[in-house]
Design a protein around this ligand. Structure first.
Ligand SMILES: [Fe+2]
Length: 366
């Protein structure tokens, strides 16, 4: 064990010599300071002390002033003040200011050694505690970093699952190729303009991307039928919202997303399906999606009609505000310039937009 070092501060040389002789005899190493200023100068250069033993009454700067200066720099370093009986009230005040203890003059050798041992033991425990705490903090930091990287890895796995689901639907229903990604990018853009939090936006984006996933369970004869659907076929087709909901609800990280999928065909005025929800009964994500979906439907080529411009989509969405669409979502949508939507129609911009929101739908970016 390293030798414990004590700074002995007293203006009288005889006192310093006696104290140091006793302590050195007990294997402590002592450095002498003839005044508080002298002690501070020594402490400035040498930080390796475990205790200060100082006279209380000294000319110029006294022991209490020294104590205050020491506490500002090395709060843990114990200071024991040596005082005469008539100064005991000052010594008690010094303890309130952070002195470890005081020693009354004249003192016996054993009294000095006892107080020094206790002070050094306290200091050792404080240091051990500090070391333990900083090790603990480092450990917590390390574990937090490990956890964050595991979570990021998990998020990447989630997005791989989404991509696989999307790809599976694209194989079955060629009409959705590109549509899901564009609608996702449009949804992200509106959600961002509404000032929603990043994790909410990511959830909405997943909902938009998977909105038609229930079509996986619709027979090809209906899904790919070129002409008009019969009433029964329309009813069957409309089941896709509920089927999609049931598919996703069981997957823990997609359970909120499932609610959006369930409600993606609902209308603000209650005229949608499957449940005829109205107003704010419809999840916000589904209300934003509805605007994004119509925008994409009008501005993309369909088998039965060519694409129209963004202005036509804006006019249509305005016309149905308060009926099919949430008027507040429409208001935000109208503030976004048409050029943004025109750019987002381009595939690489769509990928970029999804990537910016943390949704890695592109294989190249993923
Ligand atoms: Fe749908």
């Amino acid at each position: 064990m390293a030798v414990e070092r004590i700074l002995v501060v007293a203006d009288e040389e005889a006192i310093r010599n006696i104290v140091c002789a006793i302590l050195q005899h007990d294997s402590y190493q002592c450095i002498q300071a003839r005044s508080a200023a002298d002690a501070l100068a020594i402490l400035e250069k040498d930080h390796n002390f475990q205790l200060i033993l100082s006279d209380l009454i000294m000319p110029e700067m006294d022991g209490v002033a020294l104590l205050e200066r020491v506490k500002q720099r090395q709060a843990e370093l114990p200071v024991v003040l040596v005082t005469a009986v008539h100064d005991i009230s000052i010594a008690l005040a010094a303890i309130r200011k952070g002195a470890y203890d005081y020693l009354l003059k004249p003192f016996e050798r054993e009294q000095l050694l006892a107080v020094v041992r206790r002070a050094l033991e306290t200091y050792r425990l404080r240091m051990e505690n500090r070391l333990y705490q900083s090790n603990l903090e480092a450990k917590v930091r390390e574990r937090t970093e490990e956890l964050s990287s595991a979570l990021a890895e998990l998020e990447r796995s989630y997005d791989s699952i989404l991509r696989a689901l999307g790809d599976a639907l694209d194989l079955k229903d060629s009409e959705t190729v590109g549509h899901s990604k564009r609608v996702t990018a449009f949804t992200i853009e509106i959600a961002r303009a509404m000032g929603l939090a990043p994790d909410v936006i990511r959830m909405l984006a997943r909902g938009a991307f998977l909105h038609d996933i229930g079509k996986m369970a619709i027979p090809d004869a209906i899904l790919r039928k070129p002409g008009r659907l019969t009433e029964d076929e329309v009813a069957r087709m409309r089941e896709h919202s509920h089927i999609g909901y049931r598919m996703l609800k069981k997957i823990p990280f997609l359970s909120d997303v499932a609610d959006i999928v369930y409600a993606h065909q609902e209308h603000w005025d209650g005229s949608g399906y499957p449940r005829g929800l109205r107003g704010e009964e419809i999840p916000l994500g589904a209300r934003i999606f509805a605007v994004a979906d119509t925008l994409d439907a009008i501005t993309s080529d369909r088998p039965d009609r060519p694409a129209r411009g963004v202005e036509a989509a804006v006019a249509e969405i305005c016309k149905w505000s308060g009926r099919q669409f949430d008027p507040e979502v429409v208001q935000v949508f109208l503030q976004i310039p048409a050029t943004v939507w025109e750019c987002l129609h381009d595939d690489s911009d769509v990928q970029q937009e999804c990537f910016r929101c943390g949704l890695q739908l592109s294989k190249e970016l993923g």
